[in-house]
Ligand binder design. Structure first.
Ligand code: KG4
Ligand code: ZN
Length: 340
């Protein structure tokens, strides 16, 4: 039997990152190339799907070539080609799916379809020396998703609750727009918050019902809007000094973090589990990482945080999770398509 590593090429184009990566044996990242598009979307304050699809078309081939080159592998070394084909923007997903199907056919490799959200959960074990232990509760918190899951394996994931309206990352982006900070807003609010007082404004925490594992972030965004503009939501030219902006950013961030941590700890209690996994773009947030760490230490819970470099969209998480689908012989065929 050969001991050579099982190297998989992953492709990720579900939103506005064009990414390819090669991962060996499910966790050793040999290369991870991410071409972001922030500069294309920032003037619109959010991702414009048609612009994203066109940029993916231009970038996908060079990004894949770079990923193979940096990993030092040839197509013949690959065990499979994996692609995230759901959920996401349909035009964006189709570029990655088409590239993956073409390469799987041309290089005669197994094709593996990956759920983008499951891949965000899996990111917590990339570059780590251990497999993720299960069962565990997972929180995926990003620009498109805010959901809690109960996981009994990397591929055995049940949703426990989700957001009824905005995702947490979407709220970060919208609040950054209200504060005129720029796009994407999450990292800018994170940075600004370090200079603000998180207790300055008592923004509402949306707990929904006492035992609910659902989320809602549209109310807090509206609260910030009224706080900034007074009762006149149309008043777009309100001037805020730097210290006030920092206080609002820090208070907003604290309210979101309180809810994310509170509901995650509630899910752990409901599921009688003492392991928690966090992934997704907002999991890069300094305050969220510190707060969940504190809460888990107090509760004696094991915490598995995705490394910051694998929180936002990337293909390494896709290639890593694909290893488990390959082991389980869950192979797609060339009729594979994308789902929003
Ligand atoms: O996972 P991701 O790249 O895309 C989706 O699957 O949605 O997440 C992007 C989101 C954006 O909303 C961005 O503002 C947010 O993650 N984000 C952050 C931070 N870094 C990225 N939010 C809060 N703090 C951060 N440091
Ligand atoms: Zn994502």
């Amino acid at each position: 039997m050969s001991n050579s590593p099982v190297s998989i090429l992953g492709i990720e184009t579900s939103c506005d990152e064009t990414s390819a990566a090669v991962v060996a044996d499910g966790c050793h990242v040999l290369s991870s190339v991410v071409a972001g598009q922030d500069e294309l979307h920032s003037k619109f304050g959010g991702v414009v799907p048609e612009i994203a699809s066109r940029a993916h078309i231009e970038r996908i081939n060079p990004v894949i070539a770079q990923a193979l080159d940096r990993a030092g592998v040839n197509p013949s070394d690959l065990a499979a080609i994996a692609v995230s084909n759901r959920p996401g923007l349909i035009g964006s997903l189709l570029i990655g799916v088409t590239a993956a199907k073409t390469l799987a056919w041309a290089w005669d490799k197994p094709l593996i379809d990956i759920d983008h959200v499951q891949a965000h959960i899996y990111a917590a074990c990339l570059d780590a020396d251990f497999p993720l232990p299960f069962p565990a509760v997972a929180l995926v918190v990003s620009g498109g998703h805010t959901s809690l899951y109960f996981c009994q394996g990397p591929l055995d994931v049940i949703e426990l609750g989700s957001t009824a309206d905005d995702a947490a990352g979407e709220a970060f982006d919208k609040v950054a727009a209200i504060l005129k900070l720029g796009y994407p807003g999450g990292p800018l609010i994170d940075k600004l918050s370090s200079r603000g007082n998180p207790q300055a404004v008592n923004f509402p925490r949306s707990w929904l019902s006492k035992e609910s594992l659902g989320f809602s972030f549209s109310g807090i965004k509206t609260s910030v809007l009224y706080h900034v503009r007074g009762q006149n939501a149309q008043a777009k030219n309100v001037h805020l000094d730097a210290a006030t902006k920092a206080d609002i950013a820090a208070s907003f961030q604290q309210a979101v973090v309180d809810v994310l941590v509170g509901k995650t700890m509630l899910a752990l209690k409901q599921r009688s589990t003492d392991r928690v996994i966090l992934g997704g773009g907002v999991c890069a947030n300094t305050s969220l990482r510190a707060a969940i760490q504190r809460a888990c230490e107090q509760a004696g819970t094991q915490l598995f945080l995705a490394p910051v470099r694998y929180c936002t969209d990337n293909a390494a998480m896709v290639a890593g999770l694909a290893y488990h689908k390959l082991q389980a012989n869950q192979i797609a065929d060339l009729s594979l398509t994308a789902h929003t």
